[in-house]
Design a protein around this ligand. Structure first.
Ligand SMILES: [Zn+2]
Length: 264
C-alpha cells in the first residue's frame, strides 16, 4: 500500500490507453464498488510516480454510461493517489475552438441520468461543488502554451450524440464543450478528497454548430487519434509542474464529520 499523496493519477479517455514513460508494474485493485475499468499501471512521468487507468477499459469495453466511475476513483485513492488529471475527448460548441484545441474547463453542467454519482448514500453528507475543479491542477495545464483557460463543459448521458436542438440550446446557454464522462468522475473525486481537473481535447464541432451532417463516431475517434500523442505530452508537461502531495485547501477534509463510508 502506498502512502497517501505519493503518486499522481491520470484517467485516460478514448484513444488514451498507455501513458507512462516507464512502467514499473500493473496492479489489480478490488473496491467495494467492484473492479475499476482496468488494472492500474504504475510507473513514472517527469520523475513523478504516476498511476494510470484507462477510463473505458484496456480495449474500450466500457461505454461512457457504463464506466465504473466509483470503482475507478476508489481504486486510485486506495493506491495513495490524491491528485488526478482526467483527460477526455469533447465536442466543441464554439467555432473558435475547433478540432485539436485543448481546453481546461472551469465549470460543468450535469445532464447525465441514472449514474451512481456518490459514495454517500446515507449520513447527510453534502460536498461543496461550486467550483468543481482543482485550481492547482488547472493552473499546471493552463500555464502551457496554446491551452484555453476556462469554459463550461456540459456532460450528456450518451452514448448517443446531441440533437441539433440540444446543441443549439447548450450553445445559447453559454456552454462551450460537450462530453460524456466528466460527470460523475469529478464529483466522486471531490467526495474522496482527491484534487481533480479535466483536460479536454476537442475532436469535433457539435451538431447544430457545424453546418454539416452532425457528429460521426468514426470522425471523432480519427480526430482523437491524430492529436492524442501531443495531448499526452501536454499532460506529461503538466505533471512535471505539480507536486503529487495534495496541498490544496479548496476542498478541505471532512474533519469532524462521521462519513458513512471509510475512505481508503
Ligand atoms: Zn487541489
Amino acid at each position: 500500500m502506498h502512502q497517501n499523496g505519493r503518486m499522481l493519477g491520470v484517467i485516460g479517455g478514448s484513444g488514451f490507453y498507455t501513458f507512462l514513460e516507464s512502467e514499473v508494474r500493473t496492479v489489480t485493485v478490488d473496491t467495494p464498488y467492484g473492479r475499476p475499468s482496468a488494472p492500474v499501471t504504475i510507473g513514472s512521468v517527469a520523475g513523478h510516480a504516476v498511476a494510470f487507468l484507462p477510463r473505458h477499459g484496456a480495449t474500450h469495453e466500457y461505454s461512457a454510461h457504463t464506466v465504473p466511475y466509483r470503482a475507478n476513483l476508489w481504486a486510485l485513492r486506495k493506491l495513495g493517489v490524491r491528485r488526478v488529471f482526467g483527460p477526455c475527448a469533447v465536442g466543441s460548441l464554439d467555432p473558435a475552438h475547433g478540432p485539436g484545441t485543448v481546453v481546461v474547463p472551469d465549470q460543468l453542467v450535469d445532464r447525465t441520468s441514472g449514474r451512481a454519482d456518490t459514495y454517500f448514500d446515507s449520513g447527510g453528507i453534502h460536498v461543496d461543488f461550486a467550483d468543481p475543479y482543482c485550481p492547482t491542477l488547472r493552473a499546471a495545464v493552463t500555464a502551457l502554451p496554446d491551452v484555453v483557460d476556462g469554459g463550461t463543459m456540459v456532460v450528456i448521458q450518451g452514448p448517443r450524440f446531441s440533437t441539433r436542438a440540444e446543441s443549439r440550446w447548450f450553445a445559447s446557454a453559454g456552454f462551450g464543450l460537450v462530453n460524456m464522462t466528466g460527470y460523475p468522475e469529478s464529483v466522486l473525486a471531490r467526495e474522496l478528497e482527491i484534487c481533480y481537473a479535466t483536460v479536454a481535447l476537442v475532436t469535433d464541432l457539435d451538431a447544430g454548430i457545424e453546418a454539416g451532417e452532425g457528429v460521426k463516431t468514426a470522425e471523432v475517434f480519427a480526430q482523437f487519434q491524430r492529436n492524442v500523442e501531443p495531448f499526452k505530452q501536454l499532460i506529461r508537461e503538466a505533471i512535471a509542474r505539480v507536486a503529487p502531495e495534495r496541498t490544496c485547501t479548496h476542498c478541505l477534509p471532512h474533519t469532524g464529520l462521521t462519513l458513512p463510508v471509510e475512505l481508503p
